[in-house]
Design a protein around this ligand. Structure first.
Ligand code: NAD
Length: 485
């Protein structure tokens, strides 16, 4: 019998599901059991062509609609997503293995927030009037044209919406390629947008590996590429986009610092460290995986952290009582277990976890290492799994320098009850998305993105509008034209 997660077809192009089984089969594996629950097929060159030509053609009429009309469609899509939240959350759990307890509140809901927020902004995207004596300049905020979105596997619904909603609000069309590891959820986003009234061809989803992503990025009809992925992929995609002088947004990886001062509230700091390391089994780009703890609070912090981490419920992710799911894939599990071995070998002290969980599926125990030093591999490289490194520090000046000593710059957090210190420290940390006495909040109203190797551009908030539109300026002369000859 067909599993309920199996989509009608692999791709969604020009307002309908499209299949081409001559593409490379991509098995969809449920991470909690290891069983294959669905199959999709990578886009063939014919499918890529169909998606790009249809999106190019459909964009013109879409951009001519008023912003209010476009916004109404996005807001209707948001309402449908909320009505179907349960069904979409179950699918998100099949796609990623993340527990239903999380997906019910973090995925379709945050996708709906993006559709609603950018739907609300769409009617207010205007230019400026700039007086120049009796002449004037006016500016027009225009769509970029055809945008390509490429997703990572940790938040398939959210990423499809975080890219699609601002792109469509500005009058662009989109071809979105989800990660080959989680191909299911973006198809639902496309289906819902069209049900809400999006004209055929405005939002298309095609499947495939890096090769298909590469074909999209290099096509001359594409005006913008927005990628969520790792730094090495980001470098390749950014370079390929530069060849065609295309706009880019790069949301890449991190190794973010979370700094806990002696005067912090221990329970809140432990809560922040748990949210910043173990949510989605640690598969979150902004995670605060280098937890710097001032020496005076260290033992108290570690004791409560171990106690509270011990309360994680590993199990069937479709059971709402489960609070901690598997790694997205066997491959990712092996990468994470490899880092844990490295941590042990390089002399970090294992406080809790440290093993593959003794159950079916790709579960790794939530793991905490203490006495980690700056040079250890687990303190330098992005692991993208539930592995927290706790490092000691003495002074504010020292911890700022050590926190910034990384190629990454996505996020940073500070826990302290001294508010002038909190702002002083945050002001010096090299990161795009920061937190004071909190960690990993990502509301659509706030800009999200990184500095240094962690990325270029911002998603969410009014900032995202700037990255999905461009400004035309028009000088209007009222009098005669003077010329030298
Ligand atoms: P990845 O870089 O392996 O793949 C990302 C996407 O790029 C996939 O869809 C993949 O098929 C595609 N791709 C690969 N090679 C390509 C190429 N040459 N041209 C075009 N597309 C190509 O990343 P992943 O393993 O899926 O995701 C994990 C990474 O994503 C982590 O580094 C994580 O930090 C990062 N991430 C960042 C954010 C953010 O918002 N900053 C959010 C989630 C994940």
């Amino acid at each position: 019998m067909t599993h309920p997660a199996q989509p009608k077809a692999s791709h969604f192009i020009n307002g309908e599901y499209v299949e081409d089984t001559s593409g490379t089969p991509i098995p969809v594996i449920y991470a909690a059991t290891g069983e294959q629950i669905a199959t999709v097929y990578a886009a063939t060159p014919a499918i890529v062509e169909q998606a790009l030509s249809t999106a190019k053609e459909a964009q013109k009429a879409w951009a001519k609609m008023t912003g209010t009309e476009r916004g109404r469609i996005l807001r209707r899509a948001a309402d449908i997503m909320r009505e179907r939240n349960h069904e979409l959350s179950v699918l998100e759990t099949y796609d990623t293995g993340k527990p239903l307890q999380e997906t019910l509140v973090a995925d379709a809901t945050s996708g709906a927030d993006a559709l609603e927020y950018f739907g609300g902004l769409a009617g207010s995207l205007t230019g400026e009037h700039i007086p120049m004596g009796e002449d004037w300049v006016y500016t027009v905020r225009e769509a970029l044209g055809l945008c390509v979105g490429i997703g990572a596997w940790n938040y398939p619904t959210q990423i499809a919406c975080w890219k699609g909603a601002p792109a469509l609000a500005c009058g662009n069309s989109m071809v979105f390629k989800p990660s080959e590891t989680t191909p299911l959820c973006a198809l639902k986003v496309a289906e819902i947008l069209h049900e809400a009234g999006a004209p055929a061809g405005i939002y298309n989803v095609i499947q495939g590996m890096g090769e298909v992503g590469g074909a999209l990025v290099t096509d001359p009809r594409v005006d913008k590429v927005s990628l969520t992925g790792s730094v090495p992929t980001g470098k390749k995609v950014y370079a390929a986009a530069a060849e065609g002088m295309k706009h880019v947004t790069m949301e890449l990886g991190g190794k973010s610092p979370l700094i806990i001062f002696d005067d912090a509230d221990v329970e809140n700091a432990v809560g922040g460290a748990i949210n910043g390391n173990f949510y989605s089994s640690g598969q979150v780009c902004s995670n605060g995986t280098r937890v710097f703890v001032q020496k005076g609070i260290k033992e108290k912090f570690l004791a409560r952290l171990a106690e509270r981490t011990g309360a994680a419920v590993l199990g069937d992710p479709q059971d709402e009582a489960t609070s901690f799911g598997p790694m997205v894939s066997e491959n990712q599990m092996n990468i994470v277990l490899g880092y844990i071995e490295k941590g042990k070998e390089e002399g970090a002290r294992l406080v809790c976890g440290g093993n593959r969980a003794d159950m079916p599926g790709f579960f790794v125990e939530p793991t905490v290492f203490a006495d980690v030093t700056d040079g250890m591999t687990i303190a330098r490289e992005e692991i993208f799994g539930p592995v927290m490194s706790v490092l000691d520090f003495d002074t504010e000046e020292e911890v700022i320098a050590r926190a910034n000593d990384t190629e990454f710059g996505l996020s940073a957090g500070v826990f302290t009850n001294d508010f002038s210190r909190a702002h002083r420290v945050i002001g010096q940390l090299e990161a795009g998305s920061c937190f004071i006495n909190s960690y990993n909040d990502a509301p659509v109203e706030a800009p999200f993105g990184g500095v240094k190797a962690s990325g270029v551009g911002r998603e969410n908030s009014k900032e995202a509008i700037k990255h999905f539109s461009q400004v035309k300026s028009v000088y209007v002369r009222m009098g005669d034209v003077e010329a030298a000859f």
